[in-house]
Design a protein around this ligand. Sequence first.
Ligand code: TRP
Ligand code: ZN
Length: 868
Amino acid sequence: MREGSPKTIYRKEYAEPEFAISRVDLVVSIFDGYTLVSSTLHLNRRSGAGTSLVLDGEGLELEAIDIDGESLAADGFHYDGRQLTIPAVPDDFHLHTRVKICPESNSSLEGLYRSRTMYCTQCEAEGFRKITFFLDRPDVLAEFQVTVEADKAVCPVLLSNGNLQSTRDLEDGRHQSVWHDPWPKPCYLFALVAGDLECVSDSFVTASGRTVALHIYVEAKDQNYCGHAMDSLKRSMRWDEQVYGLEYDLDLFNIVAVDDFNMGAMENKSLNIFNTSCVLASPDITTDAGYLRIESIVAHEYFHNYSGNRVTCRDWFQLSLKEGFTVFRDAQFSADMNSAGVKRVEDVSFLRTHQFAEDAGPMAHPVRPDSFIEISNFYTLTVYEKGSEVVRMLHSLLGHEAFIRGAQHYFRTFDGQAVTCDDFVAAMEQVSGRDLTQFRRWYEQAGTPELAVEEQYDAQAQQLTLTVSQHNPDTPGQSDKPPLHLPLAVGMLIDGQPQAFDDGSMTRTLEVTEARQSFQIDGVKSRPVVSLLRGFSAPVRLKSAEDDATLEALISADEDDFVRWDAMQRYASRVIASRQQDQGLSPSFLSAFGSALDSDVDPAMKALLLTLPSEESLADLRAQTDKVDVHEIRAARERVKAVLGNHFEDRWRDIFDSCATGPYQPDGSQIGKRALGHLAFHYLCYAGGDALGTAQQMLAKADNLTDRLAALRAIVCFASASDRRVALESFYQRWQDEALVVNQWFTVQATRPAADAVEAVRALQQHPAFDWRNPNKLRALVGAFASANPVAFHRADGAGYELLGDAIERLQSANPQVAARLCAPLTRHARYADGAAEAMRRQLQRIAGLENLSRDVYEVVSRSLEQD
Ligand code: TRP
Ligand code: ZN
């Protein structure tokens, strides 16, 4: 166990900073093996503050310190490795320090570190303190001037935030660049990059006619992979002007791609830093899903320029203020650029499987948490995805026009400030005149609300009554929760046709505010099929016991993409859970599935409709009432797939043939066709025939990664061990120089649904292409194994859990953030039957007992073990 328990930070203990820092001057001099950081801070004591100054600073080697030019005596300050205390300081002064740090040995990828040939920074949330002394908190906003110096041959490119002020050559082959950012910002948005990079350039003319230079910096080998990100950036800039009226606020916008990165990307002011996997694109290295993902992440980081940078968070408990809002904004953008229905269904599917599981486990927390040990652990699905759903509900309650006015009011009122989630809701209240007091509970209450709806139809009065009950389940530390305010969008079908309400509208939004509440709908001519929660209007579990005929009606005729998809998911989940597949599937299910096959929705939507609920979401459903047996779930799901594959074999073949596309284009129409074609091919693999021959052909003639991977996956899952090895080996030989493709190759093997994938993953950890220091490799192999290979991960002898435990042990002090994230699958132990749960807890206990346990891993592991 670690020495002493780490400190818990509470939201209610927030206190304003004692000092303001108006200006920062940094000189960062990079040498081979060490870096010197010289800093001058202009500090001002705020009224009511004490005499002493306490600054954050982690693991810094302090070489010089002075105040207003007078160096401090050894007893004039104290530095304990985490905080610098100066007992007596003036009201208004300049503090100068010089520290030495070592980016080359920084494996945590927080602060300044070296990745392959470049130096780069990651400061959010609390990484700036690993670079120099500072008040490392988001409510201290300062103007930054940054001088970067390095050897000109090693690091010809030197970047930081804002505008380039000057460059010049120094002695000994070194050079410097001076950058100035006119916008005051918190230090988590500071960034610096130095390296041998190529620059891909373009420009954008803003609505008011200013020209902005756009640059993407990458290693020379990746120069040709920047076009898609650049186009996405320009589309994002235009969209934010058109929809929110927000124009970019500097003359320069830079993106840098780095291979070693803990997360997806980071919105540093005018110097966004991206994981290579979230920015580089070409048909050979990027899947269709990858193209869409890059577009949305580029947009996400760009949108942060307002939601996050111009208006930032007061403290880290308010993280969803910027993340939930920005995820909502990027989802709106993606919906506008592509198919809105498909985007919505994909997002909901992701939220329901993964965020719902988080909310049902030991790490459950409100969108605005009340406490944390390590803030990095709270960059969660709850803060991001549920946070975005909360903003989406505001959008539905207020309507688009009022919501946009509210957002504009928020940006204007709080420009240049660090604010709270409450301030955001208050801005929405002000423009709409609505009382959102009860709505604010969404920020406070953890857990997924359960909604039950009873229908009553009075033929004589032509009246439909919907009685809605909501239940908010207990979560760790929270019980007896009051009801939430939520929009419930409903529609009707009569005689298999969409039916308007008496005011002519097709969808009505009911506002649920009570634990149990009835809504009367007049003018309903005959008993309707009710379409509930259209568009997934609130992040709830809908508990309804509709009959098969209702589901079939919704699947074949409802207007709402989400409802149609959800009805199919419910129906299929029911069939898989009931084990009726042993006797063959019921004619009514086959007919519902057949009508989805026949429906004239576009191919992308059809592919979603015909995809069975994932093993993960079946497990989540099962966990509502019972212990989860992943092997049983998988077997049942596979049997249903086999029946559907055989029963509709001819149809699948037709679909497969009709989905052939011409030369690769990552556009909506081709992406949809490939998704549907690959699904048909997948079902054909269950129907026998010569699916494997087809796979070999696909692999041989593919002109893109999406087709290649679909074929490779089929061979890996269905072919003999020797054919599998041949295909994997030749794929590796061909693509070994493309790190991002090699990652996919790791994932295909890590997720092969067979018990001996455990041994395969262990062997791949020895492969020359694997690298324990690279988070993408860890996620591709170990992360994918633990989160997307239930059969092998939950192997009865516990070997899967042990593999994960070993990886976490090896990583936890080198890269605490990534190690803590890898723990997630083990935290779900309470879902599983005794033997499995016990074996999972054994791994958690073993990790808890490690020497020098990092705070990140300690928090996750200790909370997971607390529950029982
Ligand atoms: N703010 C980043 C985003 O856009 C998240 C992020 C990037 C991050 N790197 C990080 C968070 C490192 C914590 C640690 O969502
Ligand atoms: Zn973000």
